[in-house]
Design a protein around this ligand. Structure first.
Ligand code: GLU
Ligand code: ZN
Length: 305
């Protein structure tokens, strides 16, 4: 039995689309090909951006495509775990504007991260003092990033990656308040606790990885391996969105498209199915090398054929 543990970690902020499906397919096959385990984790800490019903719909969409998993977790039920981890980190309360903290509740996809100049560093002696200065809002918690904090790791797909977190992000947000863990904190704590050995996700999250590594280090743990793969984009080269037509999995299903048609097309974009033959997800196990996946983004032209 292999020690590999992978994960699928959707956010219920909207319906799953083709791009999510491709990344999940690569993640799932990485795990299944070596007899590893798949953890399913619902990343639902971003109220009010989370949409009612989206979590259940994501499960339904993924099962329809042929995904399965061995363990299932819901982040909103794990707040005590994040609170305990937060208490062990070198963090301080910040009373600045809430905007960038609100963004950080969800995974900050490329271009969504903001630099914080450390305004509140050393400003308050305690959480209570910061809270008193902030009424009626609550302060947030920020991770102290010392000057010259350069993080390097070797991505299984993207190759060597390096980022000076003190210059790109500064003291990044961990939690909206003591009970309000954000993405960086929750995802890293979960990856560690759930024994995830490799994180496979979209390469727009590459710049979100170094802060997670800093969290892991400060918790005294080794971070998992990483494998960031390119996204699907529209013909305008931009990340798949509504303007590219309806690419929600549920919309294809409602239109009578077979899951095998979608999987067959997705596999073709990875170099695993040149003829775009309709394919069952399961039949790709062991036929899904990383090496054939193009390093450029995949373009969705609006058709599976
Ligand atoms: N839940 C995040 C998202 O859907 C993914 C986070 C991750 O894979 O680390 O954007
Ligand atoms: Zn501040």
């Amino acid at each position: 039995m292999s020690g590999y543990v992978g994960r699928l970690a959707p956010s219920p902020t909207g319906a799953l689309h083709l791009g999510n499906a491709r990344t999940f397919m690569i993640a799932w096959l990485r795990a299944r090909a070596c007899g590893g385990k798949v953890v399913f984790r619902m990343e639902d800490l971003d109220h009010p951006r989370d949409k009612p019903g989206a979590a259940a719909a994501a499960v339904e969409d993924l099962r329809w495509l042929g995904f399965d998993w061995d363990e299932e977790y819901v982040q909103s039920e794990r707040r005590a775990v994040y609170r305990a981890a937060l208490a062990r980190l070198d963090a301080y309360p910040c009373t600045c504007s809430r905007k960038d903290v609100a963004c950080a509740q969800s995974a900050p996809h490329a271009g969504e991260q903001l630099f914080y100049p450390g305004t509140c560093r050393g400003r308050y002696a305690s959480w209570d003092e910061a809270a008193a200065a902030c009424v009626p809002r609550l302060p947030c918690w920020r991770f102290r990033v010392p000057e010259g904090t350069v993080v390097r790791f070797n991505d299984a797909f993207a190759g060597p990656y390096e980022q000076d977190v003190s210059r790109t992000l500064g003291d990044f947000p961990l939690a909206r308040d003591p009970d309000g863990a954000g993405y960086t904190l929750a995802a890293m704590v979960d990856d560690l606790q759930m024994g995830v050995t490799e994180v496979v996700r979209g390469d727009d999250l590459l710049p979100a990885t170094p802060p997670q590594i800093l969290v892991a280090r400060q918790l005294g743990r080794n971070h998992p391996a990483y494998c960031h793969v390119p996204l699907i984009v529209g013909t305008d080269g931009r990340r798949l969105a509504k303007r590219h037509g309806d690419t929600r999995l549920s919309a294809f299903r409602a239109a009578g498209v077979a899951p095998e048609t979608i999987v067959g097309w997705l596999a073709s974009t990875c170099g695993w199915n040149a003829k775009r033959t309709p394919t069952r997800l399961r039949s790709l196990i062991g036929r899904s090398p990383l090496e054939t996946i193009p390093h450029e983004a995949v373009v969705w032209t609006g058709s599976f054929t």
